[in-house]
Design a protein around this ligand. Structure first.
Ligand code: DGL
Length: 279
């Protein structure tokens, strides 16, 4: 069996974690792109939200999630949480024996590539905004691009509650987007795992607020593209033609997780069996 330097084989699973269920958008993009991969997803539903917590707390939560997944013999770790990617990615890369991929680099790169006006808006959690990670990444990809980064804290609880349409999310989204649109962004990066679930509302409000079209970039797809390239470069992609799988682990409320997740995974998550684990 072929293995890499750490002794792991292409058959090994990929670990993905987020503070809750929003990171399933990344898992879903990975499944669509690489259907042969075995995925183990961990949602830390007992401790969500991460985005309002101090960097020290996020570091400690991230470490415990990563350790649990490492214990499952993963060949690579995808940090689907923007807040963790913003503050803990370097630490995880040093501490783990497997490659670690975050979502901020792929999202920022996709936003820069999309923008013509060179004004890219980003909405994210307070923790991500405070870290300055998006500004740094965007500047790193193209120093001519101005980034306008704003926190949108009410959107995470709306998504966790499955409140994805109607007046309440519409008003919240409008309030957060108005200041970005008024400053002339032509691209909006959804800098939080949960926001793609509100994409329909976000696009509708952008169309009402802006005379010019504003492109919406979701880092899930961009992350899946980078992941595929990374596995290819390391010759660690799962054997083609193998049936992939998705195993779901949560730290609290597995039933609620299954109910909300089913809506956007497009299948009955109950049948996928959500397991509760302790960190
Ligand atoms: N997963 C977080 C992120 O992408 C959002 C939810 C939270 O605050 O924990 O930043």
């Amino acid at each position: 069996m072929q293995t890499d330097a750490s002794g792991l084989a292409p058959e090994a699973p990929i670990g993905i974690f987020d503070s809750g269920l929003g990171g399933l958008t990344v898992a879903e993009a990975v499944r669509r792109r690489m259907p042969s991969e075995a995925l183990i997803y961990l949602g830390d539903t007992a401790r969500i939200p991460y985005g309002t917590r101090s960097p020290q707390t996020v570091l400690s939560y991230a470490r415990s999630c990563a350790r649990l997944l490492a214990g499952h013999g993963i060949k690579l770790l995808v940090v689907a949480c923007n807040t963790v990617s913003a503050v803990a990615l370097d630490m995880l890369a040093v501490e783990l024996d497997v490659p670690v991929l975050g979502v901020i680099g792929p999202g920022a790169r996709a936003g820069v590539a999309r923008s013509r006006s060179k004004r890219v808006g980003v909405i994210a959690t307070a923790g991500t905004v405070y870290s300055g990670a998006y500004e740094r990444q965007i500047q790193g990809f193209d120093s001519r691009v101005e980034s306008l980064v704003r926190s949108a804290p009410l959107l995470v609880p709306l998504v966790e509650e499955g409140w994805l349409e109607g007046e309440v999310p519409r008003l919240a989204v409008r309030r957060y987007l108005e200041p970005l649109v008024s400053r002339g962004i032509d691209t909006l990066v959804l800098g939080c795992t949960h926001y793609p679930l509100l994409r329909a509302v976000i696009e509708a409000e952008l169309a009402l607020l802006s005379a010019e079209p504003v492109a919406v970039v979701d880092s899930a797809e961009a992350t899946a593209v980078e992941l595929e390239a990374e596995l290819g470069a390391r010759q660690m992609a799962a054997p083609a033609g193998r049936a992939g799988s998705l195993r779901l682990l949560v730290t609290d409320r597995p039933r609620h997780f299954a109910d909300v997740a089913a809506r956007f995974l497009g299948e009955q998550v109950a049948e996928l069996d959500v397991e509760q684990v302790d960190l």
